[in-house]
Ligand binder design. Structure first.
Ligand code: RIB
Length: 312
């Protein structure tokens, strides 16, 4: 695998059905949307693609259904050069899908139908154990069964592999089964649901992050959208500002952050620098439509970084 970062994603793959609209229907009402986009998504798949576009060797461990979306998803991974040895096809269930609605300001609302993602079990992780032991970092999200996430966190800890948990979308979980992860990375909504702390101001974000550290996490990164990110540990928290952009679609920005952050860390950057770069990578992703198709290649990112970082 050479000197590139080696990242594994144990996670979800969906087909994204994105509608751009100014208005949302009331019950019983039919309205016209403005435009539509069909794309590859799923938080796990998006994070894998972001890591790959940033230059990592990427292994995907996932489940898709035996349908057109499933076949196309596997081809899509392969087209990026992502290792699909452990992307398995489940019978009798659909590939995950995500109807997404995007408002004129780029804000999104997403409904995920998990389908085959719910068939990704601890046995699938065990089947990939030999390959997983060779990676620097394993990334997890919450679109697969919690038992698989807990099992993979234990696997990563036992094998001294860096582990990043992105609790997205937020669902009730046994936090004690996750605190062995190296990084816990929720967005504002997820952090609020998990801790009960509101996250509207920088002070509230700091209190919320301290709450996560108090629950036993070693490090937390709160992604704050257009306000950047907050990096927290037992030593305190640091706000890392965002890079201003004109957003057209924020879908997948959190995934762009996490996939790129994993690569920057694996390449040896200090945490704060890795967060700053991931902030820019995520911001750039919001300037294009869709999730994976809006993620920049490493060269385009580096060109922006040279321009923008010089001004900070
Ligand atoms: O984070 C964005 C992703 O959430 C979309 O690609 C959609 O599939 C859902 O998983």
């Amino acid at each position: 695998m050479g000197n590139a970062a080696r990242i594994a994603v144990v996670g979800s793959a969906n087909t994204d059905l994105t509608t751009f609209t100014d208005v949302f229907p009331r019950p019983g009402e039919t309205l016209f949307g403005k435009s539509f986009d069909l794309g590859f998504g799923g938080k796990g798949a998006n994070q894998a693609v972001a890591a790959r576009l940033c230059g990592a060797e990427v292994l995907m461990v996932a489940r898709v259904g035996n349908d057109l979306f499933g076949e196309a998803t596997i081809r899509n991974f392969a087209s990026f050069g992502i290792d699909t040895t452990h992307v398995r096809v489940s019978e009798g269930v659909s590939t995950g899908v995500a109807p997404i609605f995007v408002e004129p300001n780029g804000q999104n609302r997403i409904i995920v139908v998990k389908g085959a993602n719910d068939r990704l079990l601890p046995a699938d992780v065990d089947a990939a154990a030999a390959e997983l032991r060779r990676v620097d970092t394993i990334i997890l999200q919450f679109e697969i069964p919690l038992e698989t996430i807990y099992h993979t966190v234990r696997f990563a800890r036992a094998n001294k592999i860096r582990c990043i948990v992105n609790p997205a979308p937020a669902i009730p979980a046994e936090l004690a089964n996750l605190t062995a992860a190296d990084y816990f990375i929720p967005n504002e909504t997820e952090a609020q649901l998990i801790t009960g702390h509101a996250v509207h101001t920088p002070e509230e974000a700091a209190a919320c992050a301290a709450g996560l550290i108090g629950k036993g996490f070693q490090r937390a990164v709160l992604t704050l959208g257009a306000r950047g990110a907050l990096l927290a540990s037992a030593a305190g928290s640091t706000h890392v500002p965002a890079f201003p952009v004109t957003a057209v679609d924020t879908s997948g920005a959190g995934d762009a952050f996490i996939g790129s952050f994993a690569v920057f860390l694996a390449e040896g950057l200090a945490e704060k620098d890795a967060v700053a770069r991931a902030n820019l990578y995520a911001a750039m992703s919001t300037t294009g439509v869709g999730t994976q198709k809006s993620f920049p290649k490493r060269a385009a990112f580096e060109a922006q970084w040279s321009r923008r970082a010089a001004k900070t």
